[in-house]
Design a protein around this ligand. Structure first.
Ligand code: SF4
Length: 277
């Protein structure tokens, strides 16, 4: 099992007041089913949710309706909350543009805001207030200059310091693939469409298409593909290399901790080669 799964298990066990866990047993992670079973065995109520692998709209609508009913959420309230959260998501898209188009937001700042939007840190109002302050500051900045523009694909890193180290080398991360997906750019008022557009839970080819579009739009020179030890998604590296026509450096993390020296050397060599090109 990967360290994220172990961490989720340990956290769930440590939280006395946890009433239930929504368990995404299809479309997130191949280990979630096993995790759900052991959490259920430990007395935690499991609410299962499945993304249909074939992106079938009717099946997804049924899953969303079932989840809403289980949680006692009335359809008009679901629409109201979606619309409230969409206003924050629109600001995150502005933050993303400030990263790749205006070069005023660093790759790490982009990463931390977008990845946190997976649950808005549990408090959307506070999240939005901090985001507003950040955007005011960022707009007033002078643009950053870098010799190399990178994309980061794969699950968010468990190791710290990657973005800072790349900045030191003169490389900017102008695209955080999965983190941007977590932010769910609002493209529709329909919640089912929103969850169909989300590339992460379906087959890899939707992700490849999304990454390809970003490479062209954001003028990316190379990709860092982060993989997590013991994660089934490592196999995606083969398809990325076959389908995406630009240099890719694959790095792997296992446990929480700082970037190790070996990975630092590999990042340095990669940025140097891209810089020379
Ligand atoms: S890193 Fe991979 S194995 Fe671990 S939780 Fe995420 S998808 Fe699952």
């Amino acid at each position: 099992m990967c360290a994220w799964i172990k961490g989720i298990y340990a956290t769930a066990m440590a939280m006395d007041a946890l009433e239930a866990v929504i368990s995404v047993i299809q479309g997130d992670c191949s280990n979630v089913l096993g995790l759900s079973e052991i959490l259920g065995e430990r007395g935690i109520r499991i609410i299962p949710f499945e993304y249909p692998p074939d992106r079938d709209k009717a099946r997804l609508a049924w899953q969303l309706d079932k989840l809403a009913e289980t949680l006692g959420a009335a359809p008009p309230d679901v629409i109201k909350v979606k619309s409230r959260l969409d206003s924050i998501r629109t600001k995150l898209i502005r933050l993303d543009e400030l990263t790749w188009r205006e070069n005023k937001v660093t790759g790490f700042e982009n990463h931390i805001h977008l990845v946190s939007s997976s649950d808005f840190n549990g408090d959307p109002d506070t999240f939005e207030a901090k985001l507003d302050d950040f955007l005011i500051q960022a707009v007033a900045r002078e643009p950053l200059t870098h010799r190399v523009r990178l994309g980061y694909v794969g699950v968010p890193p468990i190791i710290t310091g990657i973005y800072d180290y790349l900045e030191e080398l003169g490389a900017a991360v102008v695209f955080n693939e999965v983190q941007r997906q977590f932010a769910m750019p609002p493209q529709s008022h329909d919640i089912i469409e929103q969850y169909l557009e989300f590339t992460y839970p379906y087959d890899l080819f939707g992700r490849v298409h999304d990454i390809g579009r970003a490479i062209a739009q954001r003028q990316i020179h190379g990709l860092i593909h982060y993989t997590q030890s013991f994660c089934y998604r490592q196999v995606h590296d083969i398809i990325f290399r076959e389908r995406l026509n630009l240099p890719i450096l694959t790095i792997e993390g296992d446990k929480f901790g700082p970037l190790d020296n070996r990975t630092k050397m590999r990042l340095e060599a990669f940025v140097d080669v891209l810089g020379d090109q």
